[in-house]
Design a protein around this ligand. Structure first.
Ligand SMILES: NC(=O)c1ccc[n+]([C@@H]2O[C@H](COP(=O)([O-])OP(=O)(O)OC[C@H]3O[C@@H](n4cnc5c(N)ncnc54)[C@H](O)[C@@H]3O)[C@@H](O)[C@H]2O)c1
Length: 274
């Protein structure tokens, strides 16, 4: 479908070795884009690049730490040489750090802010400069539920950083959209990845607690981002900018005191037992 066609476009996708980064790289490639696969896990990024090539697109993999603005600038110079343009940035790679607020060390906080705020911004700035020169481009920043609500459970550093990603998105959209560069943020709820799977294995009550907040009745999968990635990269979203788009099975829409539909039966049988 022409509206979603990305033929001839170039995407830079961070976190491309696994999870939502890999899913984004594959989705935009399937829609026609060439892809620079960025990850500190080079073997993983290269495996994704090989799968992109299987769609008949050009793909390269690069080992870049997205906390490091100098490395990011070097990576974009490589994009200039190898691809000659950048039309879409999937700004996805990132790390959290869990610690009680009263125990969080300032160096750990600074590391999270460097990664999710300074690094995300440096990626936007390098991509944005090129997109402004072209007069066209789209940036998809990954935020989180923690961008707009508090999670507890030691997420203070992560939430502070993800809150900044939302304001980064709004400011860049406000400054750049009239020059053809759209900037949006996707706010996922819990999407299965290796660290989440390990946390759920450690605490068997965690998945159940997550599901209480997800009316759709299941956790997210990395592939859930594919449709949004193609939409935001394509002309189908030409008038969508500065948007915060939940990808959360209905979590943000539901009041904390609400009850998700898939749990109604459980609540009723609990009441009946009492
Ligand atoms: N999974 C979730 O539940 C969830 C929810 C909301 C937001 N997010 C955010 O979405 C993003 C992707 O999540 P995911 O679940 O796909 O993650 P993931 O852990 O499956 O993959 C992250 C990828 O990013 C790479 N990476 C991490 N830090 C990097 C760095 N400094 N430089 C280069 N590469 C780096 C890793 O090597 C890995 O390949 C993260 O920013 C995460 O905070 C995740």
């Amino acid at each position: 479908m022409k509206l979603f066609d990305l033929s001839g476009r170039v995407a830079v996708v961070s976190g491309a070795a696994q999870g939502m980064g890999r899913a984004t790289a594959l989705a935009v490639a399937e829609a026609g884009a060439d892809v620079m696969c960025v990850d500190r896990n080079l073997a993983g990024a290269e495996a994704t690049a090989a799968d992109v090539r299987a769609f008949g697109r050009k793909a390269l993999s690069v080992d870049t730490d997205v906390s490091d603005p100098v490395a990011i600038a070097a990576m974009f110079r490589q994009v200039d040489v190898e691809f000659g343009r950048v039309d879409f940035l999937g700004n996805i790679a990132g790390d959290g750090h869990l610690a009680k607020p009263e125990e969080l060390t300032i160096p750990d906080l600074q590391r999270v802010l460097q990664n999710l705020v300074v690094g995300r911004f440096a990626m936007c700035q390098e991509a944005g400069r090129r997109m402004l020169a072209q007069g066209r481009g789209s940036i998809m920043n990954i935020g989180s539920l923690a961008s707009t609500t508090a999670l507890g459970r030691g997420h203070a550093a992560y939430s502070m950083a993800m809150g900044a990603v939302v304001q980064m998105t709004r400011e860049l959209s406000t400054e750049w959209s009239h020059r053809g560069v759209r900037v949006n943020a996707v706010l996922p709820a819990q999407v299965i990845n290796p660290s989440l799977a390990a946390r759920m294995e450690q605490d068997p009550t965690l998945e159940e607690r997550f599901l209480k907040g997800i009316p759709a009745g299941r956790l997210g999968q990395p592939d859930d981002i594919k449709g949004l990635a193609v939409l935001l990269a394509s002309d189908a979203s030409a008038w969508i900018t500065g948007a915060l788009i939940p990808m959360d099975g209905g979590n943000l829409a539901m009041n904390a005191g609400g009850t998700a539909g898939h749990l109604q039966a459980a609540v009723q049988s609990f009441r009946a037992e009492k």
